[in-house]
Write a protein that binds this ligand. Structure first.
Ligand SMILES: Nc1nc2c(ncn2[C@@H]2O[C@H](COP(=O)(O)OP(=O)(O)OP(=O)(O)O)[C@@H](O)[C@H]2O)c(=O)[nH]1
Ligand SMILES: [Mg+2]
Length: 236
C-alpha cells in the first residue's frame, strides 16, 4: 500500500461481536505492523474474537455494554488516551476483508485534504449494494430524510469510512448503537467538514453470522433507531 507515512498515523477501529470466523481474514488483509494501531472493540463476545485479534497484533478494547456505537466510543477513548494519538481513524466491519484490503480507498481522500471519506457500498458490475434489499430501501428513506432535514445528499450510510481524528473529536459522538454512522454524517455536515464519498466494492458476508441486516427484526429496530437519531440531531 502506498503512503506508509499516512498509514503510520492511521488507526483502524473494528467493532466486533462474536466474529471469530470472519475476523481473521480482515486482520490478515490489514498492514497491521505499518498502521498506527489496530483496535478491535470487542463488545462482550463469547467466542474467540478477542484472542484472535490479540494474536494478529491488534489491541483489544473491551466494552461489555452492548452496542456498535458503544464499542466505537470505547475504541476512540483508547486512541485519545495514547501518548501519540492517531491523525486519522478508519472504521471497518469485522466481516469484510475486502474493505481491509482496500483501506486506501478511504485514506487517499484524507491525504488530499478531506475530513471524512465514506466507502459507498457497490456490488461488482455496478449495482448498488450486495446489501440486503430491505436494508437498501431503509437506507434510501433515511437518506431522503437527511437530504430534506440537513440539505446534503448522501449515497449510503456505510460502516467503512475514515475521518481525521481531530474532526472526529469535535463531533462529540455519543450514539451508542445503530445511529452511529448516521450521527457521524449529519454532525459532519453541521460542522462543515469536507466529506467525500468513494465507491467501495462490497461482497456479501462470507463467514460468521449476521447480527444486523441479515435479520429482519433487527433491521426494523435499526430503522426505528435511525429515525429517532434524525429527530434528535435535528432538534439539537
Ligand atoms: N460492537 C458491536 N459490534 C457489533 C454488534 N452487532 C454487530 N456488530 C458488528 O458490526 C458489524 C456489522 O454487523 P453485521 O452482522 O455484519 O451486519 P450487516 O453488515 O448489516 O449484515 P451482514 O453483513 O449481511 O451480516 C460487524 O463487524 C459486527 O461484528 C454489537 O452489538 N456490538
Ligand atoms: Mg456485515
Amino acid at each position: 500500500m502506498r503512503r506508509a507515512a499516512g498509514l503510520r498515523r492511521t488507526a483502524v477501529l473494528i467493532p466486533a461481536l462474536d466474529e471469530e470466523e470472519a475476523l481473521p481474514a480482515v486482520l490478515e488483509a490489514l498492514p497491521v505492523d505499518r498502521l498506527h494501531t489496530v483496535v478491535v472493540a470487542d463488545n462482550g463476545s463469547t467466542d474467540r474474537t478477542a484472542e484472535i485479534a490479540e494474536s494478529a497484533g491488534a489491541t483489544v478494547v473491551r466494552e461489555p455494554r452492548r452496542g456498535y456505537g458503544a464499542a466505537c466510543l470505547a475504541g476512540i477513548a483508547h486512541l485519545a488516551a495514547l501518548p501519540v494519538p492517531p491523525r486519522s481513524v478508519a472504521f471497518l466491519d469485522a466481516d469484510h476483508p475486502g474493505d481491509a484490503a482496500r483501506l486506501s480507498l478511504v485514506l487517499d481522500p484524507l491525504a488530499r485534504g478531506a475530513d471524512l471519506a465514506l466507502g459507498v457500498r457497490m456490488a461488482r458490475g455496478g449495482a448498488r449494494g450486495n446489501v440486503h434489499a430491505h436494508a437498501r430501501w431503509g437506507n434510501r428513506v433515511v437518506l431522503a430524510a437527511v437530504w430534506l432535514l440537513f440539505g446534503r445528499r448522501f449515497e449510503d450510510l456505510p460502516p467503512f469510512r475514515a475521518i481525521r481524528f481531530a474532526a472526529l473529536r469535535r463531533l462529540a459522538m455519543d450514539d451508542r448503537n445503530w445511529g452511529w454512522t448516521l450521527q457521524m454524517q449529519v454532525r459532519a455536515v453541521r460542522h462543515g467538514l469536507e466529506i467525500v464519498e468513494v465507491l467501495a466494492p462490497h461482497e456479501p458476508r462470507s463467514r460468521g453470522r449476521s447480527k444486523i441486516s441479515g435479520r429482519l427484526g433487527m433491521s426494523l429496530r435499526v430503522g426505528a433507531k435511525m429515525f429517532w437519531t434524525l429527530a434528535r440531531e435535528r432538534l439539537r
